[in-house]
Design a protein around this ligand. Structure first.
Ligand code: NAD
Length: 475
């Protein structure tokens, strides 16, 4: 895929190509070169999609859950079959190394499989009363969904929403990011080929603010799901409030990592320095603020800096690349400014700290002794920068971890089981990883507290967010 004729928006069962629509240039972030032109939806396109999604919902909610599940399993199978091709598209337009892209694409198949099965088990409740009265608590699909997903995990995050919504019996209009349309369109083709009707799942790209305002204002849309930044999440919440629409908001984070002196230090350094640079740090749950207990601070800092210098940066299609470019031209200047502010205020630069040549590269970077006054200790860097500071005791570590308005993910390294339990209880986040950074899987809830959002994606909780509850009382 590399030309306008092949990219399009998918409305009511057909791909619509350029045909006079405004265009967004798609760029390869490893080179900065324009690789395709993406047609953007007009207001008339969105109206057509809204009309279709209303009809699609009426049809799909009446399809037996086993039949829906069979279709979703077929979609999963097609994604697996086409995974290699889709992974190359993903790397070419998003930048992440091919191995990461493969994992991401395969995670989409797992989501379709998981939600297909989980929906079969979405029972309601029966309340039996001595008078002979019965009360039924029914779960019904919430209705047509508008789903907005970002560019850092373009296919995974689109599928999290689409697989759960379709499994529950909802229709969906997805608006994935304009930066990465080839991979999301290729996934959409799997959805189409798997047998999801054209009025049930639709795909648009457009000017984000125009699309979200238009869709959310429509009485047809009953649920809004968004993954992205806190400011945009707040804006969409306000739009949704006008129609009292249900929302799931998966917003930003600034994840703390508490490294206690009773941890397996070698393991903590190895996992931390690997995870920090996954997807060039453009991960909402990326470990970012490393608080390390004083007794092991120097050894942790030295080990982390040494490991970071070995991270090979380059084009994600090269087999030797461990970290690719940042995804778009907004990221390098943002990271550069945050790093400069931190070093100006006294942070020690121990690795990286420079942009790279060619595309949107920024070196894997380690800052130690970062002052609390540095902007980067408060603003989510969303890039390949690790911040390290020492702490004395448990209470100080927890206070530091919980001090920001974010509450998405937090991590701790300790071999002391009691300490692990206490820290997991005390961290004010939606997710905690203990001695591990693996916290995202289809069958577990994923979501944050405080300004990181609310609601969960993944697990029965994620599916549940696509149902409404109806109580039926029978005398
Ligand atoms: P941004 O805040 O403009 O956009 C974030 C995402 O929201 C993008 O995918 C964008 O297309 C979408 N978006 C923007 N305005 C929208 C609107 N009015 N309606 C619907 N969607 C809209 O910034 P950006 O430069 O793309 O990313 C910067 C910041 O966003 C990052 O620093 C990070 O904090 C956050 N972000 C978070 C995630 C996540 O997984 N939670 C993903 C991507 C970006």
């Amino acid at each position: 895929m590399n030309s306008t004729s092949e990219l399009g928006i998918y409305i009511n069962g057909s791909w619509r190509r350029g045909e006079g629509r405004d265009i967004h240039n798609v760029v390869n972030p490893a080179t900065g070169a324009v690789i395709a032109e993406l047609p953007l939806a007009t207001a008339a396109d969105l109206d057509e999609a809204l009309d279709a999604t209303a009809k699609g919902f009426a049809h799909w909610r009446a399809v037996d859950v086993n039949e829906r599940a069979a279709i979703l399993h077929k979609v999963a199978g097609l994604i697996r079959e086409r995974a290699e091709d889709i992974a190359v598209l993903l790397t070419t337009e998003q930048g992440k190394p091919l191995a990461e892209a493969r994992t991401e694409v395969l995670s989409c198949a797992s989501q379709f499989d998981y939600f297909a099965e989980e929906a079969k088990r979405s029972y309601g409740r029966v309340l039996v009363r001595p008078t002979g009265q019965r009360s039924l608590v029914l779960k019904q699909p919430v209705g047509p969904v508008a789903a907005f997903s970002p560019w850092n995990f373009p296919v995974n995050l689109m599928c999290k929403k689409m697989a759960a919504a379709l499994a529950a019996g909802c229709s969906i209009i997805a608006k994935p990011p304009e930066e990465t349309p080839h991979c999301t369109s290729a996934i959409m083709q799997c959805v189409i080929d798997g047998g999801v009707p054209g009025h049930v799942a639709q795909l648009v790209y457009g000017v984000p603010d125009m699309v979200s305002r238009h869709l959310i204002a429509s009485p047809v849309i009953r649920k809004v799901s968004f993954t992205g930044s806190v400011p945009v999440g707040k804006h969409l919440l306000k739009l949704a409030a006008d129609g009292v629409k249900r929302t799931t908001m998966e917003l930003g984070g600034h994840a703390p990592v508490l490294v206690f002196d009773d941890c397996d230090l070698e393991k903590a350094i190895k996992l931390s320095s690997t995870q920090k640079f996954r997807n060039a740090g453009q991960v909402c749950i990326s470990p970012t603020r490393f608080y390390v207990q004083e007794g092991i601070y120097d050894r942790f800092v030295a080990g982390f800096a040494e490991a970071t210098k070995k991270v090979q940066m380059g084009n994600g299609l090269d087999a030797s690349t461990i970290m690719g470019p940042l995804a778009n031209d907004r990221r390098p200047p943002t990271i550069e400014k945050l790093v400069r502010d931190a070093t100006d205020k006294g942070a020690k630069l121990l690795a990286g700290g420079e942009r790279g040549e060619g595309g949107y590269f920024y070196q894997p970077t380690v800052l130690a002794d970062v002052p609390m006054t540095a902007d980067i200790m408060t603003d989510e860097p969303f890039g390949p920068v690790a911040l390290i500071r020492p702490f004395k005791d448990f209470d100080e570590a927890i206070a530091q971890a919980n001090r920001l308005p974010f509450g998405l993910a937090a991590y701790a390294f300790t071999e002391n089981a009691r300490q692990a339990n206490l820290v997991a209880d005390a961290l004010d986040t939606g997710m905690v990883g203990l001695n591990s950074f693996v916290i995202s899987m289809p069958d577990a809830p994923f979501g944050g507290v405080k300004e990181s959002g609310f609601g969960s994606e993944g697990g029965p909780e994620g599916l549940d967010s696509y149902y409404v509850t109806k109580a039926v009382h029978q005398y």
